[in-house]
Design a protein around this ligand. Structure first.
Ligand SMILES: Cc1cc2nc3c(=O)[nH]c(=O)nc-3n(C[C@H](O)[C@H](O)[C@H](O)COP(=O)(O)OP(=O)(O)OC[C@H]3O[C@@H](n4cnc5c(N)ncnc54)[C@H](O)[C@@H]3O)c2cc1C
Length: 564
């Protein structure tokens, strides 16, 4: 054991979406908790430098010049690569990894992780997701079902605040909602057309972690109503959206039980051969390069899906020569992500008396409608869709000077435009892997991670189905000028990488049990995207948070019983 400064009840690795939840739950229940975060500290309100800037106050109106863009090649033109967010994004030189096949690893290397940047789309998974692998014969069966997680979804939703409607759909279970954001008149028009022509398909207001009407629990966190600025990912001065920085981390700090160690990277978890459990973590101070070891009874690994794989693979001991908990050789295997390649747009020459007023932090949403109750297509699983619409000002782009000014002052609005963005499930496969380079280390001494994943035939077929179905639905709704776009975005660019340390019933085929405990090292819990057995087509982060809260509760019960 180390000295008192280095010994805690619990250690949490990573302070992002899931780490923030581990910290909140553990400290609230009296555990002295050390959160180790590799990035710099980002304090709510104080460290949001662009939050109130007007477009003309950015040196390049928000756009990033080529010479700077070239430093962020691994982001591959991701939409967050703007002057608004550069301070929350890692440069290529700061993140060394090796993509065997095109892959964009987008990391949030700061206190709060990617919870600062996320788009806040929050859907519960349903039993169609938790039973998916079993029914469709891929990966392994999930060790839990929707009913195991439902109370924990409620627990998380009440605290973070989610705007949405109770839509009563079996594929998208309802939750604890604040009032929904309004759909535009064209989205409502589409909703009616879909309801009339496609039984079983639904267009709804997209559920989003923004405070449409705060409850007392949100005010207690010091957060206020969302102002519909839709500038969330700059960091919100109102705390209008959920991030670890505005919510879970300050909440944990208030308990007096949290120690935040920012700017310190976890190299590995140390396994005590005698006690047959993990005893400590090895940490490098990024500024000084000095190593320290911190000790605790339990360790939560929340370094994001790939980050957690990297740490476990780097945690070598006599007992675990291939990475902590890796008795079956499956650590780093069965990775998956989401297929966001499909986009389709159209015009609507109607409802011209209407336009939008102000902004909203969300859009409309069509839950998955394919292969739900039975297999209907020659591809497995399905896709959700985000739907957006707006009208823009007609600009005479041939005009100059006075004439251009006049055309702008007319503020004449064009047709409505409606777009649909596919969010498809991908299948975790044994050959989709991350693994360590045998020699190449990053500057902090961790062997570098290779990422080797790619789209497959299932994804291609699903993409074509999305194009076919949405073209038909848009035509039926009377929309014109329909354009299909395969964005060809790389895996990873959708920010939903998952797997490598999957949950399962059998230690021979999975790494974690139903409580997110490593089967063979019970005081280590992995509750971020690494634990996911399959990917669903819903957004994943709400599920990471619910799994984390559930695992923390279990860990604390086991500690009380002296089992950990
Ligand atoms: C632009 C964008 C939009 C998104 N939109 C959505 C959405 O609408 N809905 C949704 O569900 N999800 C969305 N996501 C994904 C969501 O942000 C992630 O799923 C979520 O943040 C993952 O939580 P996490 O705790 O696993 O990891 P993160 O939030 O990424 O946090 C991991 C933390 O661990 C730290 N860390 C890593 N390695 C180490 C180490 N070795 N030592 C110490 N610390 C370490 C990192 O610095 C980081 O702070 C979006 C992401 C982005 C970038």
């Amino acid at each position: 054991m180390g000295n008192n400064n280095q010994t805690y009840d619990a250690i949490v690795i990573g302070s992002g979406m899931s780490g923030g939840w581990a910290a909140k739950e553990l400290t609230e229940n009296g555990l002295k908790t050390l959160v180790i975060e590799s990035g710099r500290d980002v304090k709510h309100l104080k460290d949001y430098p662009t939050t109130n800037m007007m477009p003309w106050e950015f040196e390049h109106r928000g756009r990033v010049p080529l010479e700077i863009k070239n430093k962020y090649k691994s982001l591959n033109n991701h939409y967050i690569l703007t002057e608004e967010h550069l301070h929350f994004i890692k440069k290529d030189e700061e993140q060394e990894y090796i993509s065997d096949k095109p892959f964009d690893w987008i990391r949030g290397d700061q206190v709060g992780g990617r919870s600062l940047l996320w788009a806040r789309q929050t859907q519960r998974w349903s039993d169609f997701d938790f039973t998916g692998p079993l029914r469709d014969g891929f990966a392994v069966d999930w060790p839990i079902r929707y009913s195991d997680l439902a109370p924990w979804y409620s627990h998380v939703e009440k605290f973070i605040g989610i705007a949405g409607n109770k839509d009563g759909l079996d594929v998208l279970p309802d939750g604890e909602f604040l009032p929904p954001f309004e759909m535009t008149c064209v989205e409502k028009h589409f909703q009616e057309k879909v309801a009339a022509n496609y039984p079983g398909r639904n267009v709804i207001s997209a559920r989003v972690a923004n405070l449409s009407k705060p409850e007392p629990i949100h005010l207690q966190q010091g957060r206020g109503k969302c102002q519909d600025r839709n500038l969330c990912s700059r960091g919100c001065p109102f705390g209008g959206y959920f991030s670890s920085n505005s919510s879970t981390i300050p909440w944990a700090e208030k308990t007096g039980n949290l120690t935040m160690l920012a700017g310190s990277i976890v190299q590995s978890i140390v396994y005590d051969e005698q006690k047959q459990k993990a005893s400590s973590v090895k940490v490098i101070n990024k500024q000084t390069g000095s190593p320290t070891e911190y000790f605790a009874r339990i360790i939560f690994v929340n370094a994001s899906a790939l980050g957690s794989n990297l740490i476990l693979l780097n945690s070598i001991s006599k007992r675990f020569p291939n990475g902590l908990g890796n008795d079956n050789g499956l650590l780093g295997k069965f990775m998956a992500f989401h297929n966001y390649r499909g986009r389709i747009s159209a015009h609507f020459d109607g409802l011209k008396d209407y336009t939008t007023d102000g902004r909203r932090p969300t859009s409309s949403f069509m839950p998955r409608f394919k292969n739900i109750h039975k297999q209907e297509t020659d591809f497995l699983r399905g896709y959700n869709t985000l739907i957006n619409s707006n009208r823009s000002t007609i600009i005479n782009d041939k005009a100059w000077g006075e004439e251009l000014k006049k055309s702008l002052l007319k503020r004449e609005l064009g047709d409505w435009q409606i777009t649909a963005q596919m969010m498809g499930e991908t299948i975790p496969k044994k050959e989709s892997v991350v693994y360590l380079d045998p020699v190449k280390k990053d500057k902090y001494g961790l062997l570098q991670l290779h990422v080797s994943v790619e789209y497959d035939e299932n994804d291609e077929k699903m993409l074509q189905d999305f194009f076919k179905e949405f073209t038909a639905m848009f035509e039926k709704a009377g929309y014109t000028n329909i354009k299909q776009l395969d964005t060809k975005r790389n895996p990873g660019n959708e920010n939903h990488e998952m797997g490598g340390v999957r949950m399962g019933l059998d230690p021979k085929t999975s790494l974690l049990n139903k409580w997110n405990q490593l089967h063979s090292c019970k005081n280590v819990f992995v509750t971020d995207g690494a634990c996911m057995t399959s990917t669903s087509s819903q957004n994943p982060s709400l599920t990471y948070m619910a799994l984390t809260a559930r695992a923390a509760d279990y860990a604390m019960q086991e500690m009380k019983k002296q089992n950990l």
